[in-house]
Ligand binder design. Structure first.
Ligand SMILES: [Zn+2]
Length: 474
């Protein structure tokens, strides 16, 4: 697993000494676990500029800029253009590279990551039985490992934001472990605070949620982390008591002004979508996940309420929810793509997510021009950011926005040249290995193709310990 993260010791900054400032959380978790395996670095230059790149700003109607510069100052995009006068900014050579906004993963379950190798083809080894069984044995430490691994894998793959549906929130210590892992990583993330399991017969710990929100400034990493609700409809939609309990969770989150995400999937998915409409649950802060073959009337209601939708084509296909066709969602105004668990997807690779979406539509339509790659790329950048309510801050390379920037080096054996159509090239050809630079809020997390600030040994031993604990319950 670590090999795939492409971690090298060359880039370790300070090893365990970097940990001193990273114990961020008070209470049960901090008292009961080891120090984090790493900490984001503040060693990035204050002012830096990528020179002479092919820049995809992903702003509406903006064509690719050839031989352009992207200048970052104090964590934000300062300017994009040709031959910028950048003073004493540190220069990064962008020749032969595509520079674009960091990829936005609109739906994930990051806690599950280290179970990736445990799924098989027999009934008891399928994804849901394995994660349900092992999820109940997760300790805070296992939560930390899963969240942190996913965060680092995503950043390595050019994903700078993940919307993390945390649905194994077994105790306050588990919730704090998830937050601490995200804080220790460079990823921008929203922790959607959820229940103790995927079932809906218990209530989300609303007291802890309120406590976190009250104190959120202590956890938010200068705005890099945010909070929401990982919500579910009752298993039995006709169970009035269960629905009342779920409505209480929803109402509390609404009162707090938090965004809410909810799955609409499985055999009951049409009834679930209808229940969201009938219960008046749709609102601009609500994200519906999957709804793979939602009825047109349901999608109309989604648009009318200003709610958003997340599609995760790799996992939707993996667990046979249906065939995810982009054309079916053409009219959805707020739409984004997601990974939906690095464990289930098998990867934190949003290039693969986009490619799967494209190939599915092309094959199903029988029309080789059926996919507009530029539009598809927006579902993993600008529109994805907008769909999760972060469009003012991220999703395009626009002066004033957060400098969540990635660089794809085309001078690699699998790529080979700067393309005519960079969007199609990114969708069909790029892989995480081609991502040479990643910055989140201007802070460099990957450079020269290597992740920065990862303590490989500490992470490896924590992963091994977690795996041996979990395997005992497999
Ligand atoms: Zn999900």
């Amino acid at each position: 697993m670590l090999d795939r993260l492409n971690i090298t010791r060359r880039h370790l900054l300070g090893g365990m000494t970097a940990l001193a400032g990273s114990t961020l959380l008070p209470g049960a978790y901090a008292a009961s676990t080891q120090a984090p395996a790493s900490s984001p670095s503040d060693a990035s230059p204050r002012s830096w500029c990528i020179r002479n790149a092919c820049v995809l700003t992903m702003e509406e109607g903006q064509a690719p800029l050839h031989n352009a510069d992207v200048w970052v100052v104090d964590g934000r995009i300062e300017a994009v253009g040709e031959q910028l006068a950048v003073g004493d900014a540190e220069i990064v050579d962008g020749q032969g590279c595509i520079v674009m906004p960091g990829l936005v993963d609109t739906h994930n379950h990051m806690w599950q990551t280290q179970m990736r190798g445990m799924f098989g083809q027999t009934e008891e080894r399928l994804f849901f039985p394995v994660t349900n069984r092992l999820g109940s044995h997760f300790r805070p430490e296992d939560t930390w490992v899963g969240e942190y691994l996913a965060a680092m894998e995503n950043v390595n793959a050019g994903v700078t934001t993940s919307n993390d549906f945390f649905d194994n929130n077994r105790s306050p210590a588990h919730g704090k472990a998830a937050l601490e892992a995200l804080a220790a990583s460079p990823l921008r993330a929203r922790l959607l605070f959820g229940n103790e399991s995927k079932t809906t017969d218990t209530m989300i710990d609303l007291e802890q949620l309120a406590e976190l929100q009250r104190d959120w400034e202590r956890f938010d990493e200068q705005g890099r982390l945010s909070l929401g609700l990982a919500w579910r409809l009752p298993d039995d939609l006709n169970d009035e008591n269960a629905m009342a309990m779920k409505r209480r969770e929803y109402d509390v989150a609404r009162d707090m002004g938090l965004p809410i995400a909810v799955h609409v999937s499985g055999e009951e998915h049409h009834a679930m979508f209808q229940a969201l409409i009938d219960g008046d649950f749709l609102f601009p802060g609500l994200q519906v996940v999957h709804a793979t073959d939602a009825r047109p009337a349901h999608l109309d209601a989604l648009n009318a309420a200003g709610a958003s939708l997340s599609l995760t084509p790799i996992t939707e296909h993996r667990v046979a929810y249906g065939i995810t066709r982009l054309s079916h969602f053409e009219g959805v105004e707020r739409l984004g793509l997601g990974i939906d668990g690095n464990a289930l997807a098998g990867t934190g690779d949003m290039f693969a997510v986009m490619k799967t979406a494209a190939l599915t539509e092309l094959a199903a339509s029988g029309e080789e021009t059926a996919v507009d790659c530029r539009r598809l790329l927006s579902l993993a950048t600008s529109r994805a950011a907008e769909s999760i309510g972060m469009g003012d801050e991220i999703g395009t390379l626009t002066p004033g926005k957060q400098a969540d920037v990635i660089m794809i080096d085309t001078r690699a054996v699998n790529l080979g040249m700067l393309p005519e159509d960079p969007a199609a090239f990114v969708v069909f050809a790029a892989t995480p290995a081609n991502v040479s630079l990643v910055a989140v809020g201007g802070r460099l997390a990957k450079r020269d193709g290597q992740l920065l600030n990862v303590d490989e040994q500490a992470l490896s031993s924590r992963l091994e310990a977690s795996l041996s604990h979990l395997k005992a319950h497999l």
